[in-house]
Design a protein around this ligand. Structure first.
Ligand code: HEC
Ligand code: HEC
Ligand code: HEC
Length: 280
């Protein structure tokens, strides 16, 4: 008799525990009386490479710890811990950093679990894909020539060369000239090539050596670092020296001003390249 009622009690406690766990799981990801377990990044089904910061919120009343784990596939049967158990709550911040280069490419599921002092927990899952050996995110087809990129795409003139001039000068606390010495209008909505720019931004000579001929700085001293240190230029556009240059028959670095008609490898289709001009 005694043994039997004890068994029944254990079953009842077990069932209550199961219910408690189910509630925890069901309320995961949403604010609840117990707390919040939320992964805000990476996004659902995100393609990941390199070192990835898992971001979100891990809080609970009587918070004890949270952990972020990863399992193989879309519905893993086991998970392994990323880093350590974390003893401090996080609200809209970095939960853990995951070095995806340590695992083979493929589908994974991240799991965030928030545990309180009584052992109750909330958890939330996030399906992701690791692709360290997959081709880099589609860089655009090669573009060559300033006007392959610096054309007006909205009413305020972005991203013409004159728009760039205005914005960069404003960022330095100045007002950029709106007319070139020869009278070319340089309003941000005006679509120009580099000729009017070089009226003031050609490399200076004599006393102005190392500066612009009229402007304080030459165009080359602006555009070389501004592009070659730009993630957008390099990663998004796959930009490099040949985006703006062609090495001519004498070994000179012609500057490509007009949009060049190129094939999928950037090789020009029209020769000689229209708009290629020897540097000043
Ligand atoms: C493949 C696209 C592309 C081409 C071609 C290109 N640019 Fe740019 N340019 C950019 C991008 C992107 C930026 C913004 C860089 C950033 O802030 O990250 C930029 C910025 C600039 C700026 C602002 C510089 C600054 O101080 O922030 C100038 C000026 C400029 N470009 C001039 C030129 C000239 C002149 C040429 C041709 C010789 C040229 N660009 C060709 C993409 C291009
Ligand atoms: C009338 C002469 C003149 C012409 C033409 C001119 N600029 Fe400038 N530019 C200046 C001067 C002067 C400055 C520095 C003071 C200022 O910002 O007003 C400057 C500054 C800049 C800057 C900011 C550089 C920095 O310190 O970050 C950029 C970028 C720029 N010019 C790009 C251009 C481009 C692109 C063109 C052609 C569309 C152009 N400029 C035409 C005179 C000129
Ligand atoms: C965003 C466009 C752009 C990119 C990218 C770029 N350049 Fe230039 N480059 C220019 C412009 C504009 C000039 C100056 C033209 C002038 O003054 O007449 C110039 C000038 C030069 C000159 C001087 C040529 C002469 O005869 O005076 C050399 C050399 C040069 N670039 C090399 C490079 C190399 C190497 C790279 C890659 C590491 C590179 N450029 C990337 C736009 C670019």
């Amino acid at each position: 008799m005694v043994a039997r009622s004890r068994l029944l009690l254990m079953v009842a406690v077990g069932a209550a525990l199961l219910v408690a766990l189910a509630v925890g799981v069901m309320s995961a990801g949403a604010a609840s009386p117990q707390g919040t377990a939320l992964i805000s990044a990476p996004a659902v089904s995100a393609q990941l490479r390199g070192s990835v910061t898992v971001q979100g919120t891990a809080t609970a009343v009587n918070f004890q710890f949270y952990k972020v784990e990863v399992g193989v596939g879309a519905s893993p049967t086991s998970f392994s811990l990323i880093g350590d158990l974390r003893k401090s709550e996080v609200t809209s911040g970095t939960l853990v950093t995951w070095d995806t280069t340590k695992v083979p490419d493929g589908a994974y599921t991240l799991r965030l679990t928030v545990v309180d002092n009584t052992g109750n927990y909330l958890d939330v899952l996030r399906a992701v894909t690791v692709g360290n050996n997959a081709p880099a995110p589609a860089a655009e087809a090669p573009r060559r020539g300033c006007l392959a990129c610096h054309v007006k795409v909205s009413a305020d003139g972005r991203y013409t060369l004159a728009f760039e001039a205005k914005v960069r000068a404003a960022a330095a606390g100045a007002v950029h000239p709106t007319t070139s010495p020869s009278g070319v209008s340089l309003q941000p909505t005006d679509q120009t090539g580099i000729a009017p720019c070089l009226e003031c931004h050609a490399p200076g000579q004599g006393a102005r050596e190392g500066k612009g001929n009229i402007a304080p700085i030459s165009l080359r001293d602006i555009v070389h670092p501004a592009h070659m240190f730009s993630e957008t230029f390099k990663e998004h556009y796959g930009g490099n020296c040949f985006t703006c240059h062609n090495v001519n028959g004498q070994g000179g670095w012609d500057v490509l001003q007009d949009k060049v008609d190129v094939n999928e490898k950037g090789v020009p289709r029209t020769l000689p390249i229209p708009g290629a001009r020897p540097a000043l």
